[in-house]
Design a protein around this ligand. Sequence first.
Ligand SMILES: C[S@@+](CC[C@H](N)C(=O)[O-])C[C@H]1O[C@@H](n2cnc3c(N)ncnc32)[C@H](O)[C@@H]1O
Length: 379
Amino acid sequence: MIFRLKKQTLDKIKPTRSYLSSLVFRRDSHSQKPDYDRRKRGYERNTVVERKKKEHDGLFLQKSKGQHLLTNTRILDAIVRSSDIKPTDTVLEIGPGTGNLTMKLLEAAHNVVAVELDKRMVEILRKRVSDHGFADKLTIIQKDVLKTDFPEFDLVVANIPYNISSPLIAKLVYGSNTFRSATLLLQKEFSRRLLANPGDSDFNRLAVNVKLVADVKFVMDVSKREFVPPPKVDSSVVMIRPKEVKPDVNVQEWLAFTRTCFGKKNKTLGSMFRQKKKVMELLSLSAGRNGSKVGVMSHFDSDVEEDEDGEDHLLCLDTDASMFKEKVIGIVRSNGFEEKRPSKLSHEELLHLLYLFNQAGIFFHDISSLPQMDDLLHE
Ligand SMILES: C[S@@+](CC[C@H](N)C(=O)[O-])C[C@H]1O[C@@H](n2cnc3c(N)ncnc32)[C@H](O)[C@@H]1O
């Protein structure tokens, strides 16, 4: 068993075998083996060094909560400058941690609403803010940001935990709050995906969904060395600005449609909509919408064969299903989409294709399931 140590104690530790085994790794005196294995000692000494790296002012930082604190003042200032905060603004900060960014935001904004999951962080933040005389300007909500209804705010500025990037951005851009912009520190790779445009090789479902309703601008890259503890990957700051005029489309229908279109990388729309599984799924969803019952799924489970492209073909078709498949393919073909790849299409083209499907009574979203706003990325 390894005991947790205070920072002061850790600072005193010299990584020598005798000191570590006497102080750090002492179990109870009875169970301690006199000839403790050398390799095991080395491993445990490394563990202490690793633990020490994850400690910040005596606070153990948890990777599972994405606790990588941004410590470089120059970068914190640059983020605040690029966020375009007005002195009258209410800023929403997600994951304030110990308050490195919060302090800067409090100087620039009228007030800050900070949503933080970790009680220990909340205590440190509260004390730090009140020591600097800013307590009146800060509201802390100690909750999981994904399960919190936001109060009104003008801007979001945050160094967020990377593991919730996709659902959090979905909550912001497809949620009910109106705001000017969200300046977010994200994993570099994720921000590149978010910034991709139609025609780019990496244009993807995340970008197509976010950019339907918002503009995304690159602000700057931030090296992993600027964080304590350093994460494994570099980061980037991006600014997301909700569009003033958003397309008139059912969001759930759009999200389900893009899940289909971007589900298989590099497939043409023709081959996508020829897949047996997809045709049957659409038939079932659309029949449900149009008020008729279909029980055709089971007819086909045993009547499918795969060609050399890995595509499923229906061999023995029920008349309804066969006609439905022709209808689906007909829409894709007659509008010139058959040979196109979704990553090459503009929003206008994708919206037009969805419109054509819906007009023909073909739907993508299962109205009996719960709304899935957090699903921007998953295929
Ligand atoms: C990357 S750290 C940023 C800390 C601070 N803003 C900074 O820049 O130094 C992310 C913070 O988000 C908090 N956090 C993680 N998951 C959260 C969630 N679901 N809701 C709210 N806060 C969360 C963590 O506890 C941590 O303090």
